[in-house]
Design a protein. Structure first.
Length: 410
C-alpha cells in the first residue's frame, strides 16, 4: 500500500469517527476567538466562521480603512458563519464573537492578498535571529517562550523590534492549540514587518500532513473545530479557499538568512546541489496543483506520468526530503556531507527542527544546530551577530540565557 492510499484510508477513518457535540467542545475553552476561526475566500466573497464558548447569538463587524463595512448578528448556536462581498484587496479588521458575553469578543486582521506572493528565500541584513523548533499546538508554551525571549509583550504583540523570528515548522498536530498558534504567527508576521523585523515560517512535515489529508496526529479539540464548522479538518487549510491554507501553501521549505540555512528536517544529498530558488519553485508548483489538495482522494487521477507522481511523492514524503530527513541529526559521521552542502549554499551553519532532543544542541563543531526540544517549544535559539560570525545561546521559558551544548546528535 503506497503512502497516498494509506493517507486516504486514515483520513476516511477519522472523518467517520463519532461526532463530538458542539456545546461540549465549545465550553472547553480554546475554541473561541482565533482558536476556532476559519476564514474562506471564495471569489469575490469572504466567509468568516467562528465558535463561541457558550451557545448564544453571535456578531460580526468588518472594518476597512476606518469604516464599518458590515455589522451583523447571527442566531443562537455554538458555531457561526457570515459571508459578505470582498470589496477589494484592502486589509480587513474582523470583530466577532458572542453577542451576549463581552468577555468572548475578539479581533483579527486579515489580508485578502495572503498567499499571492511567496516570501523571499534568500534574506540579508539580520543582526539577531531567534529560532524555535517544533511547537505542535502548544500555544501557551509558544507565547511564553517568545515572551521570555523578548519578542512578545504582555498583550502578545510583537516587541522584538528588528529581530528575525524563524519558526521551523510543525506548528500543527498533537497539541490542542495549533489553529490559534497559526493565527498568532500570521499576525506577528505583519507586526514584525511594521517594526522593521521579520517572521519566517518554514514548513514542516506536519503542516504538509494536515494539508495533504493525513490527520492521524490532530488533537481531538482541533478536530472539533472542523466538526463544528461542518467540514473536514484538512479543509480548514485548503489552499484554494482557506486564508490560513493559502498562507501555509506559500511558505518555503528552505531559507537562508545571511550565511545561515534553515529547514525543518535537514538537507540530504538529493537536495544539496539544488539552489534555494529551484527548491522553492518546485514547492510552489506542486502546492498549486489540484493533486495537492486531493492527495488523499483515491478517486482522483492526476494528469501526470509515473515519474511526475514519484517526484511529488518523494518531495513531500520521502525520507530524503527536506521535511523528513534526519541522517545529519542522528549521526556525527557525515562531516564531509555537511561541509559539502554548506559550501554549495555558501553558508556557515544549518539550523533544523524535526529530530527531538532534551535541549537545543549543536553538532559538527557548530555547523549544525538542532532546535526541536521535548516538551515541545520550551526553548528558543538566539543567534547574535558577532565579529567572528554568530554567537549562539538558548533561552527557555524562564527567560534565562544559557550556552548551546556541543554534543553528539541524539
Amino acid at each position: 500500500m503506497n503512502r497516498r492510499t494509506r493517507t486516504a484510508l486514515v483520513t476516511a477513518g477519522l472523518i467517520a469517527a463519532p461526532a463530538i457535540t458542539g456545546t461540549a467542545h465549545a465550553q472547553r475553552s480554546g475554541l473561541a476567538g482565533e482558536g476556532g476561526l476559519h476564514v474562506r475566500l471564495e471569489g469575490d466573497t469572504v466567509r468568516v466562521a467562528w465558535i463561541i464558548a457558550e451557545p448564544g447569538h453571535g456578531f460580526l463587524q468588518v472594518h476597512s480603512e476606518g469604516r464599518v463595512q458590515l455589522d451583523t448578528t447571527t442566531s443562537a448556536d455554538s458555531a457561526h458563519s457570515v459571508a459578505f462581498p470582498r470589496n477589494g484587496d484592502r486589509p480587513l479588521t474582523l470583530r466577532y464573537g458572542s453577542l451576549e458575553r463581552t468577555e468572548d469578543r475578539h479581533q483579527t486582521v486579515i489580508d485578502p492578498r495572503t498567499g499571492q506572493r511567496r516570501p523571499a528565500v534568500d534574506i540579508e541584513g539580520a543582526d539577531t535571529i531567534i529560532v524555535i523548533g517544533d511547537t505542535h499546538g502548544e500555544y501557551d508554551t509558544l507565547t511564553h517562550v517568545l515572551g521570555a525571549a523578548g519578542l512578545l509583550d504582555d498583550q502578545l504583540r510583537w516587541s522584538g523590534g528588528g529581530a528575525h523570528l524563524v519558526v521551523l515548522g510543525d506548528v500543527t498536530d498533537r497539541g490542542a492549540g495549533a489553529t490559534r498558534s497559526l493565527w498568532l504567527l500570521y499576525r506577528l508576521e505583519r507586526e514584525a514587518a511594521d517594526a522593521g523585523g521579520r517572521v519566517h515560517l518554514v514548513l514542516g512535515n506536519h503542516e504538509l500532513m494536515v494539508m495533504l489529508g493525513d490527520l492521524r496526529y490532530v488533537a481531538p479539540q482541533e478536530m472539533a473545530i472542523a466538526q463544528l464548522h461542518g467540514i473536514r479538518y484538512d479543509r480548514l487549510f485548503d489552499p484554494r479557499y482557506s486564508l490560513l491554507g493559502r498562507w501555509l501553501a506559500s511558505r518555503p521549505a528552505l531559507i537562508r538568512i545571511d550565511d545561515v540555512l534553515f529547514t525543518h528536517g535537514g538537507i540530504s544529498p538529493a537536495y544539496a546541489t539544488q539552489s534555494l530558488e529551484a527548491i522553492d519553485d518546485s514547492l510552489a508548483a506542486f502546492a498549486g496543483e489540484e493533486l495537492f489538495y486531493r492527495w488523499a482522494d483515491t478517486t482522483y487521477v492526476a494528469p501526470l506520468d509515473s515519474a511526475g507522481l514519484a517526484r511529488r511523492n518523494d518531495f513531500f514524503w520521502d525520507a530524503s526530503s527536506l521535511f523528513w530527513y534526519r541522517d545529519l541529526a542522528q549521526t556525527d559521521s557525515l562531516a564531509v556531507q555537511m561541509d559539502d552542502l554548506l559550501d554549495h549554499f555558501d553558508s556557515r551553519m544549518l539550523v533544523v527542527g524535526h529530530t527531538p532532543g532534551s535541549t537545543i544542541r549543536q553538532a559538527y563543531d557548530g555547523r549544525l544546530v538542532l532546535t526541536n526540544t521535548y516538551p515541545f517549544g520550551r526553548e528558543v535559539l538566539v543567534l547574535t551577530r558577532s565579529q567572528d560570525g554568530w554567537a549562539m545561546a538558548r533561552i527557555g521559558t524562564d527567560g534565562v540565557r544559557t550556552a548551546v551544548p556541543a554534543s553528539t546528535p541524539e
